[in-house]
Design a binder for this molecule. Sequence first.
Ligand code: DGJ
Length: 764
Amino acid sequence: MSIIFDKTNQVFLLNTISSSYIIKIFANQYILHYGWFPKIDEWNDMFAAPVTGRAMSPNPEIFEGKLDFSLDTQPQEFSGAGITDFRNSSIEIKSENGTIATDLIFKSYRILKGKPQIPGLPATYSLKNEEADTLEIDFMDPLTEVTVILSYTVWKNYNAICRHTVVKNTGKYDICLEKVMSCNVDFCGSRYKMLQLSGAHARERHPVFRKLVPGNQGIESKRTASSLQQNPFIALMDYDASETRGNVYGFNLVYSGNFYANVEVDQFNMSRVQLGINPFNFEWKIKPEEEFYTPEAVMVYSQNGLGEMSRTFHDLYRNHLCRGKWQYKERPIVINNWEATYFNFNAEKLFKLADEASSAGIELFVLDDGWFGKRNDDTSSLGDWFENKEKLPGGLAEISDGIHKRGLKFGLWFEPEMVSPDSNLFRNHPDWCLHIEGRSSSLSRHQLMLDLSRNEVVDYLYERLYSIITENKIDYVKWDFNRSGTEVGSGTATAAEQMKVSHKYYLGLYNLMEKITSALPDVLFESCSSGGGRYDPGMLYYMPQAWTSDNTDGISRLAIQAGSTIAYPASSMSCHVSAVPNHQTGRQTFLAERGHTAMAGTFGYELDLNKLNPVELKEIKDQVEIYKTIRKTVQFGDYYRLENPWTESSDAEITDFTAWNIVSKDKNQAVFTIVWNYPEANAPADIIKLQGLDESKKYKLTCPQSKTIREFFRLYSPFPMPEAAFYPFENDIVVSGDLLMKCGLQIPYRPHFGSSIQIILNAL
Ligand code: DGJ
């Protein structure tokens, strides 16, 4: 049993595989938080925050004049509003009388086997009752008689607890929910660093670290998407925590819309972590007998640094969030035509690209934007999901047949949630977009967002997607989303309902995704939002992989990808090799380096193969062949960040090189990669200690690129290569996991033969 109720101390111990989360029922009234520790078997209240009277902290009337208890001085599980706690509230209920003070008084609890799902929302799931237990704690607000239920699912095999909140109007009058968090955790103390994953378009998920200071520090999105700018993830880390050391607490919201993540350090240095739907533009009226479910917050604890926290998220998401046939299936190697042709393609060009892809051993051809309506640039046609017969006179059927005949699977791009003002859909249904009567609607990339809070819009999209996909034997869908929501309102909502629209949009979208993915179980879906603008667990529930970033530069990708692996598994990270000079940065990088970097996730290409020379084509063929031998390890193994491309003191500083090691679950294979972040002459040498290997196993180390490199230099090098430059990577060497982890690999100064080394380790 992973949930223990200690009657004497009136304490719940939520025990994950190696951690304990302590909840206290205080005076049979309030629920306090007593800590989140390495696993303990018993509790003693002497370890709790002392209950002492503090000047300026008021005392709830319920304690009849006792001056020593105030919610303001206690770590709480979930905080009411406007009562004796002045910190950020976890919930604000506006009652019939117009006030928002909310008090939460403990009523009862239940312990359930397994994990209940959250209606209409993506969430982690357990298929077997023995995998997890769930604690539900009921509170009641005395004035409104509203019931608030805190739900905690405790995973037996992961250091993870998943939480959400349910608000049930068990009172007599309508109430209005102004704010409700998915989780609240009060830490005693503030000696922590906060980690967030921040950035911008083409620069997503760069880790940023800061020491907590008194007051509020947080991140949020008000963009009607989880966003490119901030990921719905934060972590608190000990000051000296690193990849391999120290306490780390990670929080991730399973939601793709507006979110709020905040840490408030109070007057006594207690730190309150909150995560949930952003209260901005959110108000939810609840009539008697109705209820509201928040999205789920996933909380992960690691005693051994950030790396272990990441691997817990990875395993939990791969095993209990991703679903369907593709959950554990090796993902195909892609050629995508976007950076090869942009909008400028016809059947002949596509087939020429497919011919080269097929001879390189690539497995899936993706036709990106521009195949529908009259779309030849980004100014029109979104919403008109009918093929562009001027551009493709044989239609999609001809392309699909031709691609399949070449031995490739066929994938197609959609941006279902959008409409172009220049489209038949908009001309026929101008009110189907999000808009506010009387206000002009702002365009972004010449497009508007459809109003997915309306069922008829969801139905239209389902019909169009289903027809196109089934009629043309589509094997893969890239589901894009390329603008942020503005003037968010609905043509059908009443004034009282307008502030529901942002969240109802996501309920509509999730409904659409649930329907289409379950109707088409064989199709592999990849989410995308101008790259990684909705790279969140909500999307992962429906689509097991995501386009990581529109920035395909082999060096920029190092931080974007390593940052993504902080919370998300490599199987979710779609990574493509593109052309040089890179289309986003203009940078020249070696093809080997681009390949090595892209091989850290689900692999593919996004360039015109017809423009490459025979040596480059051969190198691509080799890369494809290599990836096939390591793909299971990469996509489903354990990811170790050995050297990161960022420093904790400043995002602007970069380190000399980035290195990672991915180890198969049985530890029989590992893929070690090192990439030099910038060119440096006569750079210092270094040693990298590998992680995650089996110390008792002997591994054969091979460097597959060495032959290609030799060939490359034979043909192109202006100077002769000294033999030593290839040593020891060309010749297979055998060495134990023990030595590799304790003594490390001697990394030569930046090799003459490129800017990266990939070494594959196979256990003998
Ligand atoms: C944004 C995506 O991130 C790109 O990969 C590409 O699909 C374009 N949209 C197409 O418009």
